[in-house]
Unconditional design. Sequence first.
Length: 258
Amino acid sequence: MSIIDTKKWLKETYDQRDICKKLTSYFPQLKEGEIAKYLSSFGMYKRTGILDDWLEKMEKENIYEFVKEEEEKLRKEWNGPNIPIFIFPSDIHNRKIESDYKGRSGLAFHNKLFLFLSLNIIKSDIKSVLIHEYHHVCRINSVSKKEQDFTIIDTIILEGLAENAVREKLGDCHVAAWTTLYTDAQCERFFERIIYPQKELSVDSRNYPQLMYGTGLYPNMLGYAVGYYIVKNYMNQTGEKTINLLSKPAEEIINRKK
């Protein structure tokens, strides 16, 4: 199925709820308002005054074709599933996306993927976010544990593997800014003192997003930064590539590190 022609949808209407009505078959348990709220929390536009310019850029630079070609390469390399990919404008009022995430965000499920792109996005940054998010899709489909049963350990390794895949394919200069927030010694300390004592924390726990994103009293992007460090350290120790780690249980990567 691959790339869905969301350009056509957006030319018909830019109203987010109308757009999300078209997504109800992909989210059978949710209504369009719930879908809109959920996708907005990950960076989808809520309202936009730049839609015409955004559509012009997508067509002029063949962004949809570019994403399709890159996805096909990854799917072949990682033996991944053929899933629908939806591309929408990002929220121009989200400062974190604009300043920290280079104008792009993404959201991955086992059976679909979303990319939220800003007007000023460049192709190399689209490529890095696609690698990261599609790696999630492949990882979720490769491990035996169901996503709803993931613990904090499963998620930090999920994120660490995905961003190390970006490093592996594109180099250090293309990894996310949160990979360099802390030294190895700091990440080691965070893991030992904060993450590991709460290793059984489930995805529906109130503290789960706090640990992952580093809100409240926790260091910024805590879970992401620690996960990247652990996976990179594991890869350095073993010489393994991320493709060989797609189905490896998170506990094995953690135990090797410890």
